[in-house]
Design a protein around this ligand. Structure first.
Ligand code: SF4
Length: 447
């Protein structure tokens, strides 16, 4: 996997400008909350993730909090910030590399040296061994992964520490360790294989999890997966265990295992707020995959009704959704796959095609601009970007870059060694896992 060159993203329509126009009354359409038009600094001090689709999620007590952004960055116009960012990057030259996630707003992405998904960008960080600083315009767990893979003398910087991921925070290390203890009481020793050569349960974590969770997985014989390789990773886990404990995203786990033939009744949900996760002992003994009660606030907005509407309005439309969407949405779509899969599917279409896409709106708008020969739209008619990613405003990017110019490193993300070492083990297992005989990075439905 390689990150996307910047030049492919420059013509994108700005989601932020559209939101500003809607809220000002000069634009059409709707946004999930008018709060999105405000500056992220208006929300950084509040006990929540701020505006957007994850506004209902409570920010955990241990999540990092952003300090006050200096006033000059809050008052500057987009044009002024863009000039300052460009000038700071020119001054820093090869000393800095700026990474932009696919879901990042265009006003930030236009300054990125690489654009990609979290793992592609972590690899880009790894490849730039000469850069003193890696500015990661994504969310917290992504910056942690970049820190795990980059050199010890390189500083990974997250421009706004309030840019967390509501899904990643749905599995805290305390909750996961408590779950593990309860499973140990139920199944016995979890780390020693039985007579069949299998351990009772193998922990598998989605890349969208904290470094602490990746470290836990590394210590307990488990592995990390991405949305591109989840099936390969589950195959790896089933070669070693009778069951899989999959966190934090129940939907990716369910969709992947279902496509592999695991019946839904053998995938109990684990709610960390309930004894035995809310499942019965029988359900847990019979389980093949125990699904953590987590989800992505952005992808759970997609619905079968939206797909039905797209099909009614655009006969012949090709519907592709991300596997973080609920199972009924994946079933109703034509295909499901990672952001990389979606990009490649659109790039490979040789005839003008209508695509309805079920993933974050910034990426969908960028793809629409990139492939004008196709009609590409987001399944969700309401503009609702990833609100945590949205906390990376150009003002924060200008601030961290100008701080670097002044010789100061702000907002450095550093994973402690006792967490980083086992976390790297779980990542290395993922890199070494071999795909099954028939490649299956995505699900292609019959419809
Ligand atoms: S889109 Fe969902 S999973 Fe991705 S960073 Fe945002 S909240 Fe987290």
């Amino acid at each position: 996997m390689s990150p996307t060159p910047l030049t492919l993203t420059r013509a994108a329509a700005s989601v932020d400008r559209e939101i500003q126009a809607i809220v000002a009354g000069s634009g059409t359409g709707a946004t999930c909350t008018t709060d999105l038009a405000a500056g992220p600094w208006d929300f950084d001090a509040r006990p929540g993730y701020g505006p957007g689709s994850s506004m209902g999620d409570v920010i955990p007590a241990g999540a990092p909090r952003q300090g006050v952004l200096p006033q000059e960055y809050r008052d500057a116009t987009d044009a002024e910030l863009s000039e300052r960012i460009t000038a700071a990057k020119q001054t820093l030259g090869e000393r800095v590399v700026v990474l932009g996630h696919f879901y990042q707003r265009d006003e930030v992405v236009q300054h990125a040296d690489y654009v990609g998904d979290s793992f592609q960008l972590a690899n880009a960080a790894k490849a730039h061994t000469d850069a003193e600083a890696i500015v990661f315009c994504g969310v917290h767990f992504m910056a942690e992964t970049a820190d795990l893979l980059s050199g010890p003398d390189q500083a990974v910087i997250l421009p706004n520490l309030a840019a967390g991921c509501s899904m990643a925070d749905m599995a805290s290390i305390d909750e996961v360790e408590e779950c593990w203890e309860q499973l140990e009481d139920l199944y016995g020793d979890l780390d020693t294989p039985g007579a069949d050569g299998l351990v009772p349960v193998v922990p598998v974590t989605y890349m969208n999890s904290s470094a602490a969770i990746k470290g836990f997985v590394g210590r307990h014989g488990g592995i990390v997966c991405t949305s591109s390789n989840a099936r390969t990773v589950l195959e790896w886990a089933f070669e070693r265990g009778r069951r899989v404990l999959f966190f934090p995203d129940q939907h990716l786990g369910r969709n992947t295992a279902k496509a592999m033939g695991v019946p839904l009744e053998r995938m109990p949900l684990w709610n960390p707020r309930r004894e035995l996760g809310g499942a019965t002992e029988d359900e847990l003994h019979d389980a093949r995959v125990i699904l953590w009660h987590g989800f992505c606030s952005v992808h759970r907005r997609f619905s079968v009704a939206q797909i039905d509407q797209a099909r009614a309005e655009h006969p012949g439309v090709r519907v592709i959704v991300h596997p973080e969407c609920p199972a009924d949405v994946v079933d109703a779509a034509d295909e499901a796959g990672s952001t990389d899969y979606i990009r490649k599917a659109i790039a490979a279409a040789t005839e003008p095609t209508v695509f309805a896409i079920g993933t974050e709106v910034n990426l969908v708008r960028r793809l629409a601009a990139e492939y004008p020969q196709h009609t590409i739209f987001c399944l969700d008619p309401v503009i609702c970007p990833c609100s945590t990613m949205y906390r990376i405003h150009p003002g924060y990017l200008a601030w961290v870059l100008e701080s670097l110019v002044a010789g100061e490193i702000v907002n450095r993300i550093q994973v402690p060694a006792d967490v980083a070492d086992p976390a790297r083990v779980s990542l290395e297992r993922m890199l070494a896992a071999k795909p099954p005989a028939a490649p299956a990075a995505a699900w292609e439905n019959a419809s």
